[in-house]
Structure formats: structure tokens, C-alpha cells
Design a protein around this ligand. Structure first.
Ligand SMILES: NC(=O)C1=CN([C@@H]2O[C@H](COP(=O)(O)OP(=O)(O)OC[C@H]3O[C@@H](n4cnc5c(N)ncnc54)[C@H](OP(=O)(O)O)[C@@H]3O)[C@@H](O)[C@H]2O)C=CC1
Ligand SMILES: CC(=O)C(=O)O
Ligand SMILES: [Mg+2]
Length: 775
């Protein structure tokens, strides 16, 4: 587990641009016209529209996606009243989290005002700017009145996150921890340490889920809150116990099932933990120091079900699992409030998610082989990409059902897709790719069945509904691995090509290959030896029609696999070379990039083949190719060196395909910026067109470019490599491919296999029949 040091935290905040957030324009601003639209005089028009109908603010401004995180710094984490400005790093941090998890923009606002009436007045006056208000780190009891009045007096969702975000996530954690411990919420004895903003709201929500008042003891800085204590606030009175036998936290904890700490660091001792019942649930949620450290609690007894509020320990219970999504759902239906129904729906959705298999990306990020629902994992990880869809949708639905949604959602499938796209999880392109592959699932051979990534990808592709996997490898090993990973192997075929029962098949394949290659010096014996290698055997399955597509590459070097593919499958007759393409999905659109893996220094004929194959592949994905031939020079500015080859390819392509949008050679920025290109070079065939296909002059530049994008940009997803030019659907992976990379390639391979006889140059009427990926 990562230990966070003071030095590291200070450097993180100070390095580069100080702080953690910046404001980024969302409209063009390069030209004088842009500026006149963005500001005066153009800006006057939306102003007047809003004056006439205030709701138009959601249409013409950022209001609908803008949340204020507002604090007066009186209860910052567990640090106490450190002042408004000192709390700014926390509020900026929330801004960052809102953005990365919920796609919501935030202005953090620190108000130097402790008087509730004045504070409320300030918030009310700035409220028109925002679509929602997240109150943060405001101490009890003032926070209750502040939130109550703002909710009453404003018509946008207002939520004090320390109260309700914490209540929702800890209720989800409690439901699951009780399930793991085999206990019922109605029966358990709960001790709550803290009687502030977070503690009161959490306890209220536990009661809404069935916890009994009489089973709860709440403690504040003075100890257990009893009904016989004079001068209790209204909220403390709500949870005061009538028990007279409890005078200390230690006494309250004897035999208790649950401890929830929302108070102060280091107030729970190991002895207290030992005095609790079997499988005690300990939520030590004070930040930054929990009521007891994870290590101490685990050392006290092995059966503890332990959570903290920190990222660096298992079972983090932190409101970050809630606030981005509850506001997302609320904003998306223009909800006028965040009510009890929405909170309970969010808690149930979070609890339910933790019980489902965990996505590969989460395991990889935490460097864990597999998270499994149980003592060490009963709450989803904040980076779980499903939170945005599951929680936001549950919240939006609850808002609609409870009558506070002003813009109900009509198409839930489209909304889910919109949420995924918002977070760049899944572009429309990938979705369409999957849908098309699903229309006619194919038999796909995975060469490396014993590789965990390949095995998981094969099962996932099957579960996505677009393939019938055939795994090559040792049968016992594959089933053991699948068992360890809890994978459902129904519908998966496993073939151990080395076993005696495959001898006939090996001989048969060897005969076919030897016959095909007899004029190239191939003997039967040689071919038979090769059938013990998974790439030969698997490709022969496709060659003979006993499978539809083949995927390999995690163990084998690319150059070796290519040789086998050329030998067994061969290149399409109209070409002499084959190549690879990567598809880049970014906020700016989908781009096809070639040749990313095969031809190191393509000569004229090779580059010509790559270009033609690329045009066909782009059409295969049902797009019209708009092709830029790239180089370091523009349209003949360099008359020597490599640009001359590109120049000549363009000439030949334009001559052979008079209607194809292709031009060059040109630099990458001219390819991607049509205004710049049309301004400087108005004569091109690409005038007014957005380029979607980038043909690089050599492997160095193509390979480095797609890898640079993949590594440096979080907003980019890459599909590939997609092979172009082989006779059959043989596809390769990078050795560093993830499960999702291979699932994507499987979809491409299936699509490839759907095209009968696999001609990339598919005739238009066949294409329509196939309903391949829509533009
Ligand atoms: N993990 C998470 O997601 C979240 C964690 N928190 C954490 O919860 C804690 C409280 O936050 P919040 O409710 O906003 O703050 P408040 O200031 O509103 O409440 C603090 C409460 O803690 C009580 N307290 C202080 N010292 C002790 C002690 N020694 N024993 C028992 N109770 C004590 C106070 O008692 P008294 O009333 O007598 O003053 C008060 O009731 C913080 O540490 C915060 O970081 C908060 C929100 C979310
Ligand atoms: C997480 C949080 O909001 C707090 O500790 O105050
Ligand atoms: Mg807080």
C-alpha cells in the first residue's frame, strides 16, 4: 500500500501550475468572428433569450453542467475549523473528482463567513450561476440549518456532501459488510462515534434501511449521548440512548456488531475492537487519520471487516463514490432536489455493484489479480467505470419516480450510452462495432488459451454475445485458470493440439498445407512438425473453414506471426503486401492510421498497397475515406528524400481513383486542420473535408504516433492492430494488450469473418446487407 508523505503531497500541489484545476474554453476562439460571437456583440443575444425565459440558461450557458463546491472551512476533513482559504485544496480536489468521475465542471467557492444567515445569503446570491450546489466541510449543527434553508429556498439540487454523500456510501458499505458477516441490519448493535454532520445523516439513512434506534449508541466528544444529558441539540436528541449503563465509548462497544467512526483520528483502541462481537464491522472514516489504523484493527483480530475513508487501504468508504454520480443523475433530469428516494437508490446501486464481477481495468489499476466480493472487497473502487452508469441511472430514475425530475429521460439505452461517451469509456464507434459483430457471432480461435488476459478476453467476448471462442492450450491448465478467475466456460471449446486425440487433425492440416506449398519446397513431414505450433494449427483451422477467425500475439513476436500468416493464409491476390491499421477514437472524432506495425520503410509499391488497403478498410467500417498522405513537407516543398515517394503515391492514387478524397504529401497539422489547409493550400482534393485517414510514410512515424496518443492522452481510445490484406480473418494483438483491447480486436475479427470470402473491397450492396458499422 502506498504511503503518502507530507513532502510528496506538497510537491504534488505546488508543481507546475499551482493547484489542481483550470478553466478550459469549450467554443472556438481563434478568429475575430469567434471572439465576436463569444463576447460582444454576439453574446447579447443569448443574454436576451435568458432574460425572456430563465430556463434557456441551461441551453446557452454552462449552468446545466456546473456545480459549486462551497465551504466556510469550519469542519475541513477531521482537521476542524481551519478557515475558508485553508480548506481550498479540499474543494479543488472535489472539483477534480467531479470532473474525472462525473464529467461535471466545478467552481470551488470558499466563503469567509461562519454566521449561518449571512452564509445562506451569499450562497443564494451566487446560485444563478450553477446547476447544483455541493456544500462541503461545514460543521454541525449549523450545517443542518444551512442545508435545510437552501434546499427550501433554491430550485436547484443542494446537497451537503459530508452528510448525504457519506451516508449513501457508508449505507452501501454497511449493507454489504452485514451480508458478508451474515448479519441482519434489524438485529445489529451499532455504535457511532461522532454526532456531527456526517454521523447524524449516516445514522438516519441506516435507520431508513432498517437499523433500530434502540440498537444504536451515538458518542460525541463527551462520550455516549444519553437522554439524561442536558442541553442536547435537536439532532443529538434524535439518537440519544435511554441506556444508563454506558458511560464511555469502550463500554458502548462491548458486544457491539458495528462501529462507525465519523469523528477524530486514533480514538478506537485494539482492546475496544477485541471486545466487539464476532466479525465486527469497523468503519473508521475520519480523515485524514482514521479512528483506528487499518493495520492496528487487523492486528487486533482477524475477523474484522474493515473500512477507512482513505484511498490507500481496502474498502475505501468515501463520498467520492457518490457525489459525482448523484449530481450527474440529478443534473441530467434537471432535478429540483436531491431527495431520500434518490439517496436510497444510489446506496442500493453501489451495494449491488460490489457484488458483481470486477472489470479488468479495476484489477489492473490496483495491481490485483482479481477483486472478489468478500471481507477485502465489499465496496466498489472509485475508479470503477460502471459507477457512472449504474449510480447516475438509479438516481435519475428515482428522481423521476419521486416527481422531482423536470426533464425526464425517455431512452435509457441512449442515456447509458451518453454517460459512457461522456467519460470516454465507449465511443459510438465501439458500440456499433460490437452491435454489428453481435448480429452474426463467429467461431474465433484464440492461440494463447493459457494466457490469463487471452482467456478473460475470450470469455468476455462470448459474454458480449459476438463470438464462440475456441481456446488452444492445455485443457487442465485452462480450466484451472478459469476456475481461479471464476470464469464461466459454458460455450467455450478448448483444444489441446498436442494431444493424441488431435493427431488426425494435425495430419489432415499438414497434408493440406504441404500440398498448397509443394512447389515452394515444403514436405509433408515439415508441415506435420509445424502443426504442433499453435499459430500454424490455429490458422489452419481458419484456412480449412473449421473456424472463422484467429487471434494471436501475446506470447509470439509480431515478426514471427506475420511470417506464419503469409505462409498459411497468404496475401489477397490483388496485393503484394499487407499492413496494419489502428483506429483512434478521440473527442475530435475517429481516425484510421496506417501502417502501424508491418512495413518498416515502404517503397513506392508498398506504400501504394498500404494506401489502397487503408481506403478499403475505412470503407469496411462504413466510412468514406478522406485520406491525408503524411510527411514532413507540404505538396512538394522538399524535392528530395522520402516525401518524393509519398508525392508519387498521391499522383498514382489520384490518377487511378479520380473520385477518392486523397491528397498530400502534407504535414500532420495541415491534415487535421481544414481551415489552415484550405487557407494555405486551397487547391487540394480535400478542400472543405475533415480528414479521417492518416497514412504515414514509414513505420517509425506511424507506430510512434499512435503510441504517443495512447500514452499521453486520457481522452483517446485505440482499437487495433487491424490487419489489412490477408486472405482470411487473422488478427494480432500487441504483447501488452489488455482484456478490452483483445475484446475489441475480436469484434473486428468477427466483423471481418462476417464478410463472406473476406474481400476487404466489399461491394456496396453486400455492405448494406451486412449492416456493418454505421457512420
Ligand atoms: N470518509 C468519508 O467519506 C467522510 C469522512 N468524514 C470525516 O468525518 C469526520 C467528521 O466530519 P463532519 O461530520 O463533517 O464534522 P463535524 O464537525 O460536523 O462533526 C465532528 C463530530 O466529531 C465529534 N468528535 C470530536 N472528537 C471526538 C471524539 N474524541 N470522540 C467522539 N466524537 C468526537 C464531534 O463532537 P462534538 O459534537 O462534541 O463536538 C462532532 O460531533 C471528519 O474526520 C471527516 O473527515 C466526513 C465526511 C465524509
Ligand atoms: C471525505 C470528506 O468529505 C471528508 O473527510 O470531509
Ligand atoms: Mg468533507
Amino acid at each position: 500500500m502506498v504511503k503518502i508523505t507530507k513532502e510528496a503531497a506538497l510537491t504534488y500541489h505546488a508543481q507546475g501550475r499551482p493547484g489542481k484545476i483550470e478553466v478550459v474554453p469549450t467554443k472556438p476562439y481563434r478568429t475575430q468572428t469567434d471572439l465576436s460571437l463569444a463576447y460582444s456583440p454576439g453574446v447579447a443575444f443569448p443574454c436576451l433569450e435568458i432574460q425572456e425565459n430563465p430556463h434557456e440558461a441551461y441551453k446557452y450557458t454552462s449552468k446545466g453542467n456546473l456545480v459549486a463546491v462551497i465551504s466556510n472551512g469550519t469542519a475541513v476533513l477531521g482537521l476542524g475549523d481551519i478557515g475558508a482559504m485553508s480548506g481550498k485544496p479540499v474543494m479543488e480536489g472535489k472539483g477534480l473528482l467531479f470532473k474525472i468521475y462525473g464529467g461535471i465542471d466545478v467552481f470551488d467557492i470558499e466563503i469567509n463567513e461562519k454566521d449561518p444567515d449571512k452564509f445562506i445569503e451569499v450562497v443564494k446570491r451566487i446560485a444563478p450561476t450553477f446547476g447544483g450546489i455541493n456544500l462541503e466541510d461545514i460543521k454541525a449543527p449549523e450545517c443542518f440549518e444551512i442545508e435545510r434553508r437552501l434546499k427550501e429556498e433554491l430550485d436547484i439540487p443542494v446537497m451537503h456532501d459530508d452528510q448525504h454523500g457519506t451516508a449513501i456510501v457508508s449505507a452501501a458499505g454497511l449493507l454489504n459488510a452485514l451480508d458478508v458477516a451474515g448479519k441482519k441490519i434489524e438485529d445489529v448493535r451499532i455504535v457511532v462515534s461522532g454526532a456531527g454532520a456526517a454521523a447524524i445523516s449516516c445514522t438516519r439513512l441506516y435507520c431508513a434501511f432498517g437499523a433500530r434506534h434502540e440498537n444504536i449508541v451515538m458518542c460525541d466528544s463527551k462520550g455516549p449521548i444519553r437522554t439524561d444529558r442536558p442541553g442536547l441539540t435537536e439532532q443529538k436528541r434524535e439518537f440519544a440512548t435511554s441506556r444508563t449503563d454506558v458511560n464511555t465509548l469502550a463500554e458502548a462497544l462491548e458486544g457491539a456488531d458495528v462501529f462507525v467512526g465519523l469523528s477524530k483520528g486514533n480514538i478506537l483502541s485494539q482492546d475496544m475492537v477485541r471486545s466487539m462481537s464476532d466479525h465486527p464491522i469497523i468503519f473508521a472514516l475520519a480523515n485524514p487519520e482514521p479512528e483506528i489504523t487499518y493495520e492496528d484493527a487487523m492486528a487486533a483480530r482477524p475477523d474484522v471487516l474493515m473500512s477507512t475513508g482513505r484511498t490507500d487501504y481496502p474498502n475505501q468508504i468515501n463520498n467520492v463514490i457518490v457525489f459525482p454520480y448523484i449530481f450527474r443523475g440529478a443534473l441530467d433530469v434537471a432535478s429540483s432536489a436531491i431527495n431520500e428516494e434518490m439517496k436510497m437508490a444510489a446506496a442500493r446501486a453501489i451495494a449491488e455493484l460490489a457484488r458483481r464481477p470486477v472489470p479488468d481495468i479495476v484489477n489492473r489499476t490496483y495491481d490485483v489479480r482479481k477483486f472478489e466480493y468478500g471481507p477485502d472487497y465489499f465496496i466498489p473502487k472509485p475508479i470503477d467505470p460502471r459507477l457512472i452508469t449504474e449510480v447516475s441511472m438509479a438516481v435519475a430514475k428515482a428522481a423521476m419516480d419521486s416527481g422531482v425530475a423536470r426533464r425526464p429521460i425517455k431512452d435509457w439505452k441512449a442515456y447509458k450510452q451518453q454517460l459512457r461517451e461522456l467519460m470516454g469509456q465507449e465511443t459510438k464507434f465501439t458500440q456499433n462495432l460490437y452491435d454489428t459483430a453481435r448480429s452474426d457471432p463467429k467461431r474465433v480461435v484464440y492461440a494463447e488459451g493459457t494466457h490469463t488476459t487471452m482467456l478473460q478476453a475470450a470469455v468476455k467476448a462470448k459474454e458480449e454475445g459476438f463470438c464462440k471462442p475456441i481456446l488452444l492450450g492445455n485443457v487442465d491448465r485452462i480450466y484451472k485458470l478459469a476456475n481461479d478467475l471464476q470464469l464461466n466456460m459454458d460455450g467455450v471449446e478448448v483444444i489441446d493440439l498436442r494431444r493424441d486425440d488431435q493427431a488426425n487433425r494435425r495430419h489432415r492440416y499438414a497434408h493440406i498445407l504441404a500440398e498448397k506449398k509443394q512447389r515452394e519446397g515444403y514436405t509433408y513431414q515439415e508441415a506435420n512438425d509445424k502443426m504442433y505450433e499453435r499459430n500454424y494449427f490455429g490458422m489452419m483451422m481458419v484456412e480449412t473453414g473449421e473456424a472463422d477467425a484467429f487471434i494471436t500475439g501475446l506470447y509470439t513476436k509480431y515478426s514471427n506471426t506475420i511470417k506464419v500468416a503469409e505462409e498459411v493464409i497468404g496475401i489477397q491476390p490483388e496485393y503484394k503486401h499487407f499492413g496494419t491499421m489502428h483506429i483512434i477514437n478521440s473527442k475530435k472524432g475517429t481516425f484510421f492510421v496506417a501502417d502501424t506495425l508491418i512495413n518498416r520503410h515502404p517503397d513506392l509499391e508498398t506504400l501504394l498497397d498500404i494506401t489502397k488497403l487503408s481506403a478499403d478498410t475505412v470503407r469496411f467500417f462504413n466510412r468514406t475515406p478522406v485520406m491525408a498522405m503524411l510527411s514532413y513537407s507540404n505538396f512538394g516543398t522538399d524535392k528530395a528524400g522520402s516525401p518524393t515517394v509519398v508525392h508519387e503515391v498521391v499522383r498514382r492514387m489520384q490518377e487511378e481513383f479520380p473520385h477518392l478524397a486523397i491528397d498530400g504529401e502534407m504535414q500532420l497539422n495541415f491534415a487535421l486542420d481544414k481551415t489552415l489547409r484550405d487557407d494555405k493550400y486551397p487547391f487540394t482534393r480535400l478542400k472543405g473535408l475533415d480528414v479521417n485517414t492518416l497514412i504515414f510514410p514509414c513505420l517509425n512515424s506511424a507506430n510512434s504516433s499512435y503510441k504517443m496518443l495512447k500514452t499521453m492522452s486520457d481522452d483517446v481510445s485505440v482499437i487495433g492492430p487491424i490487419q489489412m490484406g490477408l486472405n482470411k480473418p487473422i488478427h494480432f494483438t500487441d504483447f501488452e494488450s489488455s482484456v478490452d483491447d483483445i475484446v475489441n480486436i475480436t469484434a473486428v475479427a468477427v466483423l471481418d469473418a462476417i464478410v463472406e470470402e473476406r474481400r476487404i473491397c466489399i461491394v456496396p450492396q453486400d455492405r448494406r446487407k451486412l449492416k456493418v458499422v454505421e457512420s
